[in-house]
Design a protein around this ligand. Structure first.
Ligand SMILES: [Zn+2]
Length: 478
């Protein structure tokens, strides 16, 4: 609309101008090299305008001839780029959907249109991996290492490949390189902890898990458990090297981090006992016993007081489990101590019908046999001894593959799962739940009793001094 008005106004102005010139006639003359040209003013102006229009058209034609091919090429490149971007997007969607054929097709298309960009390389690697072409995937991931912006991504792919092919040493080297690039990334922290732990580099593993906790890549309670497991192994190494003081300190720290980690508690108890710090060792056993009575804990308790006669040891067990314990393990330990001290009747009374149950554990049945033998002679013990062979025996069992281990290990020797061993019977039906044992015992005895109904909590723990000598029981043990 405004264009029409402009043209209309222009026409009027031109008309007025033409009329104005026509009203003022005159001649334009040109003398050049003996030639003479004369024309009316109006015609002269008209000729000048025509010459200007022709010059403008010629300039446009010249410009088009000069720039045309470049413009065409630019338009073609833009079209290719758009096609490449579309192929890239479709390829990423195909990878996410697990569509191998489409991922490969779009990856090739993206490569054809976009050449080697970070995203096409990533898509190519992922498509190759998806279609099971590990060799091609490795080639792409390795090429990514040469580009700083892709190095981290390439390392992630290569760590995963090395892990899958069982090349632990290679995976560890690559994971350490990724950790140096970005020590906050959750996958690096998780992969590196796993690899360091499997390689037995527990100090490095501890550093990594501490980093994971501070950068919130790992939950606090899971982090504490892993720190404790690393601490336990560091303490064992220190003990093996003869540095018992440092070993003791480290084991105690591991126990404090995760009081439910039985091997750490047992190591700390063992090292304290060996250093003559039996009062502290006893305190640790009592604390752990309140969390969960445990056959290995009972054995450590017996070992701590191995020099005591049966009568004073019975007193100790009374002190540990209480006079009328409800927990099966506590009853077994008390009955065994009573039998050892010659109190056969009391032993039978405390054990009650625990060994009569069809799935009674071997330790219970064996104890029942001993009680029967003491009370009624070898013939009475025979049927119980026959049952011992088939009775389930609790031990360290993997809660993933149910493989049984003689001693606790950080990685299942059968399925290699980390921290999967729980104390229980072989068939895996009665595995102890680790969650309940992951917290410090409540200070309030009633609350403790409510939280662990099967565990008898000591109502009034006897006062313990700062030295072994202050403990009347320990003094008596001399
Ligand atoms: Zn396993």
């Amino acid at each position: 609309m405004s264009r029409a008005i402009t043209a209309f106004v222009l026409l009027i102005v031109l008309g007025v101008l033409a009329a104005w010139i026509a009203d003022r006639p005159g001649q334009l003359g040109l003398d050049w090299q003996g030639y003479r040209v004369e024309m009316p003013v109006g015609l002269g102006i008209g000729a000048a305008v025509v010459a200007m229009v022709v010059a403008a058209i010629l300039y446009q034609v010249w410009r088009w001839v000069r720039r045309g091919p470049a413009d065409l090429a630019q338009a073609r490149a833009k079209r290719r780029h758009n096609r490449g971007q579309l192929a890239l997007t479709r390829g990423m969607v195909a990878v996410a959907a697990g569509d191998r054929a489409a991922a490969l097709r779009f990856s090739r298309e993206a490569e054809r249109y976009l050449a080697e960009t970070p995203l096409t390389m990533l898509l190519a690697a992922q498509a190759a991996q998806l279609s099971g072409d590990d060799k091609a995937a490795r080639r792409y991931f390795s090429a990514m290492l040469k580009r700083p912006e892709l190095e981290f991504l390439g390392l992630r792919g290569l760590v995963g490949q090395a892990n899958r092919s069982g090349d632990r040493a290679g995976a560890l080297t690559l994971a350490r390189r990724a950790y140096a690039l970005n020590p906050q990334a959750p996958w690096v922290l998780s992969a590196l902890f796993d690899l360091e732990a499997r390689a037995g580099n527990w100090r490095e593993a501890e550093r990594v898990v501490t980093r994971a906790v501070t950068s919130r890549a790992l939950g606090e309670s899971e982090g504490r458990r892993r720190q404790a497991i690393a601490g336990l192994h560091i303490a064992r190494d220190l003990r093996d090297k003869g540095d018992t003081a440092a070993a003791r300190k480290t084991a105690l720290k591991a126990h404090a981090l995760e009081p439910g980690l039985m091997p750490a508690t047992l190591l700390a108890v063992d090292l304290l006992g060996a250093a003559g710090k039996r009062r502290r060792a006893l305190h640790l056993i009592e604390q752990a016993w309140q969390l969960a009575p445990h056959a290995e804990l009972a054995a450590a308790h017996r070992h701590l007081f191995v020099a005591e006669d049966a009568k004073s040891y019975l007193q100790r067990v009374n002190h540990l489990v209480g006079p009328a314990p409800a927990h099966d393990e506590a009853r077994r330990v008390l009955a065994a101590a009573a039998l050892e001290a010659g109190q056969t009747e009391r032993a039978a009374e405390v054990l009650g019908a625990l060994a009569d149950e069809p799935n009674a554990e071997a330790l219970m049945v064996r104890l029942k046999a001993s009680i029967e033998e003491r009370a009624h002679g070898p013939a009475a013990a025979r049927p119980w001894l026959e049952r011992v062979a088939t009775a389930p025996e609790p031990g360290w069992t993997c809660n993933v593959c149910t493989h049984r281990h003689d001693a606790w290990v950080a990685h299942c020797t059968h399925c290699e799962t980390f921290d999967s061993l729980r104390w229980g019977v072989v068939d895996g039906v009665e595995l102890a739940k680790p969650e309940g044992a992951r917290h410090l015992p409540p200070v309030d005895a009633d609350a403790a009793q409510a939280e662990s109904p099967g565990v008898t909590v000591l109502r009034s723990p006897p006062p313990l001094g700062s030295e072994d000598d202050d403990d009347p029981l320990l003094r008596a043990a001399g």
